[in-house]
Design a protein around this ligand. Structure first.
Ligand code: AMP
Length: 394
């Protein structure tokens, strides 16, 4: 699963095409969180200090593919890179043009250029071969540092890797190593915490983790389908009726193996889905007309005790509607427990990473992933297309 990395190839005097994930939150040209740009700086600095020149690519937002859209321009990203790197990082409008080739040829070694949003060029999402080849023509070596895009077989991720030596960047290497170590050689007991809205999004993850973990903690909206499978009344909580059988089979399988599945026993319930809803804490069944929007304090304490004793913790999905302050306590308690755990702690991208950042605990985890969809696919046991495409042809 682990590929050659940017540390394994000689870079001096070469041009490196680096696909990064600079998909930062942007409003009216202002970046509210530059974490994703900062996450690729170690790779960028490594390439530049090795004496290479650098052409950077990334997507940003979801503009209609194939045409320029000023609101999704990477110009604000170029400004952050300029500030961080201490030299002017110019912006190439179109990688397929003679102007782009000339700008790259004129670029001194040790300096970098940024190509406009890859989604401005037709064929990106269908991995058009000509577009992939056009990217590769700009450089001698391809580096994939876009972990958060590596589950997509797009031209700038997979197509560009088909023509020149292609290796993993330091961020991709770090992400793969973190997931590889927990999935293949976990320190025991290995506890997985799953939460978030839907069981159906996580069936393949649950099935893969079942084979590996010593205990499973299930919270968030998905817990109510499992509780319904046990015959517990769930009121108007999130319930996927068509997944109740799956939940029951999984609980039976776990019991047969002696694997513990921890489900919520008390809940913070609300009379509607709103921050200012009427709310209370109940143990056991959820009354009709009420919905559970967070795990209760007793459950949070029980989950925390299991987490504290773990050798490895893998966390994907919040324990409640943590975006609303009255329903954030369960997710906060779990986040603190993971931070305090003396074992290896890996947090999947997306909402759990957002929660950990929100509570200021990211630095206390072994690893917080930068990719939501990509980390889910790794947890399902899949190889990511953007990683499979890497081949050190040098
Ligand atoms: P996911 O993308 O599947 O990880 O789901 C994350 C979303 O699940 C977050 O936006 C949470 O607000 C939501 N969520 C977590 N717990 C609940 C719950 N008990 N009821 C409704 N939504 C929930």
């Amino acid at each position: 699963m682990l590929k050659r990395s940017v540390r394994d190839v000689s870079l001096a005097g070469r041009c490196v095409l680096l696909r990064a994930d600079f998909n930062v939150p942007l409003k009216d040209g202002v970046i509210s969180d530059a974490t994703r740009i900062l996450a690729s700086l170690p790779t960028i600095r490594h390439v530049l200090s090795a004496g290479a020149k650098l052409v950077l690519t990334s997507h940003l937002g979801r503009p209609a593919e194939g045409k320029f859209d000023a609101s999704a321009s990477l110009r604000p990203v170029a400004a952050v890179l300029t500030e961080q790197l201490g030299f002017e990082v110019g912006l190439i409008a179109d990688p397929r043009t003679a102007e782009a080739a000339a700008a790259v040829a004129a670029l001194p070694f040790g300096r970098a250029l940024l190509v406009e949003n890859v989604r401005f060029f037709a064929g990106e999402s269908e991995n058009n071969a000509d577009l992939g080849a056009a990217y590769a023509r700009l450089a001698d070596v391809f580096v994939n540092d876009a972990f958060g895009s590596s589950h997509r077989a797009h031209a700038s991720v997979v197509g560009a890797a088909a023509h020149i030596p292609a290796v993993a960047g330091l961020l991709v290497e770090k992400e793969l190593a973190a997931f590889d170590s927990v999935l293949r050689q976990p320190r025991r007991p290995f506890v997985a915490i799953l939460g978030g809205a839907k069981v159906s999004d996580k069936i393949a993850v649950i099935e893969n983790l079942m084979e590996r973990v010593d205990a499973l903690i299930i919270g968030g909206g998905m817990a109510y389908t499992f509780l319904a499978a046990q015959g517990v009344g769930v009121g108007s909580s999130l319930l996927e009726k068509e997944r109740v059988d799956f939940a029951r089979t999984l609980l039976d399988k776990a019991a047969a193996r002696g694997m513990k599945v921890h489900l919520p026993t008390d809940h913070v319930i609300a009379d509607r889905f709103a921050a200012d809803a009427q709310r209370k804490t109940v143990t056991g069944a959820i009354p009709d007309g009420w919905m559970a929007l967070d795990i209760g304090p007793e459950t949070a304490a029980e989950f925390a005790a299991v987490i504290h004793a773990a050798g490895t913790v893998l966390w994907n999905g919040p324990m409640g509607v943590f975006e609303m302050a009255p329903f954030a306590a369960g997710t906060r308690t779990v986040a603190h427990a993971v931070a305090e755990c003396g074992g290896v702690t890996v947090v999947g991208g997306g909402d759990s990473a957002a929660a950990v950042n929100h509570f200021g605990l990211a630095a206390r985890m072994t690893h917080v992933s930068t990719g939501g969809g990509a980390s889910l696919e790794l947890l399902e046991g899949c190889e990511l297309p953007g990683v499979a495409a890497l081949q050190d042809r040098g």
